[in-house]
Design a protein around this ligand. Structure first.
Ligand code: NAD
Length: 481
């Protein structure tokens, strides 16, 4: 029935039903994943709640476990990569790197100390601010980086003393199911549970009474549903949502250099990155050169099945997303845009779309205003820098953005005007476990990574020890004075 298993309470759970997982390189179902039932979800949350009783007590043991998880990830990257490539489409080397990077995130969080902060230490009181675990976490991930984005949640959640139930996307459940199965030897039963199923399973999770925190990565539309679902129970939420990242090129930029780097950041993972460059603004004086550079890059990049050595871009991950990219590109073309290269899907099996550069296009076209999340990039000329910064910010999204120019300070000054969670200068997509990542506006609530991301998996507790004889020193409120 199912070739992969859910892990609940440290054990495989027999699948009652299953669903097919498609290889986007040929459009065919190649494996099945278990369809989690309501009872199985209850069992997963129950086991996470039981495991939490001990897990929250021993911080040193938690850190040691997360380091062991890192070792398992490093050792299993080659084993998991073909599964990830088959279900996601990305080339094998990038799939292995995703698993490997997940281990690096675990190592970072396992070693990240968050010592208590002492805010008062005098004759009246000793007051320290500490972090306490929240409890059980419901973690929900999308299909673009299923393993890595899972560990952006697992590693800090566990170190902070929580246990969790994780649900990957129905398009890419298998690599996550496999990785969690591999972790059974090093993680106590119930600490990490993984369930698979459709979108409805996500909704069951967010409305379930057990989890106290939802950590969600996905689209803005779903993020809003998650926030609504969390509200009646006041569950804590972190929402990592969509983006429409602008790249602004300044007039002192080197066209050849920036087109190479901008192409890489726009087409990474076939454009299916929340913080990929999704629109480029270029001064008229160097527009032709940058457009030419981007066109040459897109025309030359090897696209194909991720299992074929040398492939740099795989297929689009799934049929609905493939249809969306086709729709947005043909909408642009029908509104007067020109594709300098690409512009259409490839004939034959699989969800392959030609890497596309669009010119003769402006704000107000859907592919500029919306998140395309695919291998098609609009390049837009501008005259006035202040005006272009306004246009870059004239969106509900605010995930990240970048500014490119020879004068780094000037570029940084412009980048500082962008309304977004990460403002890059002469780079884009440079991320790391220590660097907070999150969005302004509709791109999210809260951040992941760094001490800020870790603290989102805990509650703040003020521990106030009175040193007065009568216990009546109510701070500076003066109520009893
Ligand atoms: P999606 O919102 O369709 O699905 C994400 C996850 O939510 C899946 O596991 C899905 O099954 C689940 N889900 C769907 N409906 C739900 C509901 N009502 N309640 C709870 N869970 C539900 O997103 P997607 O298409 O898988 O991913 C692409 C989107 O994710 C893009 O918009 C992209 O920008 C965004 N994304 C954001 C980040 C970030 O860190 N900001 C990272 C990666 C992707």
């Amino acid at each position: 029935m199912s070739d992969f298993v859910m892990t609940i309470g440290g054990d495989s759970v027999p699948a009652v039903d299953s669903f097919g997982v498609v290889n986007p390189a040929n459009g065919e179902v190649f494996a099945h994943a278990p369809e989690c039932t309501r009872d199985q979800l209850d069992a997963a949350f129950d086991s996470a709640a039981k495991a939490h009783r001990d897990w929250k007590l021993d911080e040193a043991a938690r850190r040691e476990t997360v380091l062991k998880i890192a070792d398992v990830l490093f050792a299993s990257a080659e084993e998991v990569a073909p599964i990830l490539t088959a279900e996601q489409g990305k080339p094998l080397d990038q799939a292995a790197m995703e698993v490997f990077a997940s281990g690096m995130w675990c190592q970072y969080f396992a070693n990240l100390e968050t010592p208590p902060q002492v805010i008062q230490d005098d004759a009246d009181a000793y007051v320290e601010v500490v972090r306490r675990p929240i409890g059980v976490v419901a973690a929900i991930t999308p299909w673009n980086f299923p393993v890595l984005l899972g560990f952006w949640k697992i590693a800090p959640a566990l170190v902070a003393g929580n246990t969790l139930v994780l649900k990957p996307s129905p398009f890419t459940p298998l690599s996550t199911l496999k990785v969690v199965e591999l972790l059974r030897d090093v993680v106590p039963p119930g600490v990490i549970n993984v369930v698979s199923g459709g979108d409805e399973l996500g909704a069951w999770m967010t409305s379930h009474p057990v989890p106290r925190k939802i950590s969600f990565t996905g689209s803005t539309a779903t993020g809003k549903l998650v926030a609504q679902s969390a509200a009646p129970d006041l569950k804590r939420v972190t929402l990592e949502l969509g983006g429409n990242d602008p790249a602004i090129v300044l007039d002192d930029a080197d066209p050849a250099k920036v087109s190479h780097a901008i192409f890489a950041a726009a087409f990474n993972n076939n454009g299916q990155v929340c913080s990929a460059i999704k629109r480029v603004y270029v001064p008229e004086a160097i527009y032709g050169d940058v457009l030419e550079g981007l066109t040459a890059e897109a025309a030359a990049v090897p696209v194909g099945d991720g299992t074929v050595p040398g492939t740099k871009l795989g297929p689009i991950n799934n049929a609905p997303q493939f249809a969306r990219v086709k729709e947005l590109v043909s909408d642009a073309l029908s509104h007067g845009a020109t594709a300098t290269t690409g512009g259409a899907a490839r004939d034959g099996a699989g969800y392959f779309f030609e890497p596309t550069i669009l010119t003769d296009i402006n704000d107000g076209t859907r592919i500029v205003d919306e998140e395309q999340f695919g291998p098609a990039l609009p390049v837009i000329p501008y005259r006035n820098l202040d005006e272009v910064v306004e246009r870059a910010n004239a969106t509900h999204f605010g995930l990240s953005g970048s500014v490119w120019g020879a004068d780094e300070d000037r570029a940084a000054e412009v980048a500082g005007q962008l309304e977004c969670g990460t403002a890059w200068v002469n780079t884009h997509l440079a991320l790391g476990p220590a660097q907070p990542f999150g969005g302004f506006k509709w791109s999210g609530i809260g951040v992941e990574n760094g001490p800020w991301g870790l603290s989102e998996f805990s509650e703040i507790q003020a521990v106030h020890r009175s040193r007065s004889a009568d216990g009546l020193n109510i701070g500076t409120s003066g109520i009893y004075s």
